[in-house]
Design a protein around this ligand. Structure first.
Ligand SMILES: [Fe+2]
Length: 473
């Protein structure tokens, strides 16, 4: 079935396509025809441009959107550190930057138990975001951050959040996310992902209780669909399956256009530090928009997985959903890769992932079900948990999985039914935050020893064949 059967029914209209130039009007006639910035935009709206690339970026990379809104975004009092604003206004201050300034770089394989909800009851999406690992520097627009979130309540209906640090790819793992953005609404459920571009304001509501998931923030560039090469023009994630919102707005402009002390709290993540302000007018006042810089979502169940129909399985890059390239050809600062349900048919092939040491670092999570190369259950790789195999750190199937696969009957077999693991992969060496390494108390002691300490030696030196000397005679 090439779509996910969701427990929660879809409730929004969308525009379908990846990287498209869309336009959407919540009121007919909102968008000026033939120009962007008329002397008086329709209906007394303000025109505001949101750029996602330098104005002069090449045309195929250029990203921008024109917003037609009740009031421009600049009409707000100054931002202050979020803790002060929180204290003054009774909203959540967040410890998002806890430990972010110091990353621990360690070569050991790491695995985390599921990040639990216990601490999440009073946290919303923003205050429940935790930086687990990362690389680079948001101020240099270089690198990425890897997050988990555990939220127990909706963001306040008068609040909005945006990140000046990067585009955020959200992987819903448990619970539904009803995301209101400046460009409209996205319903994001387990097995769906969303990408919120840098600068776009949004608010995350939890219509069905607590939510948990993962997120990747891209400090540089934007996600693209991977090149398909000899695969041709279809396959993997198809462009038409990405969904962007349609315009939806409120028009509470407040008592005066620029009055301070209003009821709308806007929080910004700026160099991994939270600042907040309160303004009189709603940030969700965009009546129409047109452009190619917008949030979108994607159902992972629509991914067309491709693999061998003869022998040996291809590199896992064949499972790339979205990729953010560096200037080095074929090398990604971030790949988002999934391991969805699929058939394995390779003849005379060790079917789980081979043992490997990669130049890339791999942060993995499990959305649901079990992963075929790792044991599940308590202390294993389970939904809501994670693992990190850093640059050049060896890993592969655990000993039991290896022994099982070594003796398996190689008939066609479907793996991963009811399951989906994913990977945030980067060419950068990944550091782990203090929160990720210690504070969260989820790191599994003895993961490496337990997984590979028991790998069996199968080597038997053939007695009828002498060992060739490497020395010259
Ligand atoms: Fe790996």
């Amino acid at each position: 079935m090439p779509v996910t059967q969701f427990a929660t029914k879809e409730k929004y209209r969308y525009q379908n396509g990846f990287g498209s130039h869309f336009e959407s009007e919540a009121v007919e006639g909102t968008l000026p025809i033939g120009h962007n910035n008329p002397q008086k935009p329709p209906y007394g709206l303000y025109a505001e441009k949101l750029s996602g690339t330098a104005f002069t970026a090449p045309r195929h990379l250029n990203k921008q959107t024109w917003l037609y809104r009740v009031l421009p975004s600049c009409a707000h009092p100054p931002y202050a550190p979020a803790e002060k604003t929180a204290a003054a206004n009774g909203v959540d201050g967040a410890a998002l930057d806890e430990g972010a300034s110091k990353l621990h770089y360690i070569p050991n394989q790491l695995r985390w138990d599921p990040f639990d909800h216990n601490e999440a009851h009073d946290l919303d999406f923003v205050s429940g975001l935790r930086l687990v690992a990362g690389a680079g520097d948001a101020t240099l627009k270089s690198g990425l951050g890897m997050y988990i979130f555990t939220a127990g309540k909706s963001m306040d209906e008068h609040s909005a959040f945006y990140s000046a640090d990067g585009d955020l790819l959200i992987v819903a793992q448990e619970g539904d996310l009803d995301i209101r953005t400046e460009m409209g609404w996205l319903l994001v459920r387990q097995m769906e992902i969303a990408v919120i571009p840098r600068g776009v304001k949004y608010q995350v509501r939890l219509p069905n209780g607590a939510a948990r998931g993962y997120a990747l923030e891209l400090y540089e560039g934007h996600f693209q669909l991977p090149e398909l090469g000899p695969i041709g023009s279809n396959g993997l994630a198809n462009a038409r399956d990405f969904q962007a919102p349609v315009a939806s707005f409120d028009d509470d402009a407040g008592p005066t256009a620029s009055a301070g002390g209003g009821k709308y709290t806007v929080t910004v993540k700026f160099n991994n530090t939270l600042f907040a302000t309160t303004q009189a007018h709603t940030p969700f006042d965009v009546v129409g928009w047109q452009g190619n810089y917008y949030p979108y979502k994607y159902d992972l169940g629509r991914f067309s997985a491709i693999g061998t129909i003869s022998f040996d399985h291809p590199d896992p890059s064949i499972f790339t959903v979205l990729s953010a390239p560096t200037a080095s050809p074929g090398t990604a600062v971030a790949d988002f890769v999934i391991f969805p349900p699929r058939w394995l048919v390779g003849e005379d092939t060790f079917r789980p992932p081979w043992y490997h040491r990669n130049t890339m670092a791999e942060f993995m999570g499990l959305i649901c079900g079990g992963y075929d190369a790792k044991k599940g259950g308590a202390g294993g790789f389970v939904p809501g948990g994670a693992s990190l195999h850093n640059v050049m750190s060896g890993h592969g199937p655990d000993a039991d999985s290896h022994e099982g696969a070594r003796e398996a009957d190689l008939k066609p077999v479907k793996v991963g039914t009811g399951s989906c693991a994913f990977m945030f992969e980067t060419c950068l060496m990944v550091g782990v935050t203090e929160w990720g390494l210690r504070t969260c108390k989820k790191v599994q002691e003895g993961y490496s020893e337990e997984s590979w300490g028991g790998v069996l030696t199968h080597w038997k030196r053939p007695e009828d064949k002498p060992v060739r000397s490497h020395l010259l005679e």
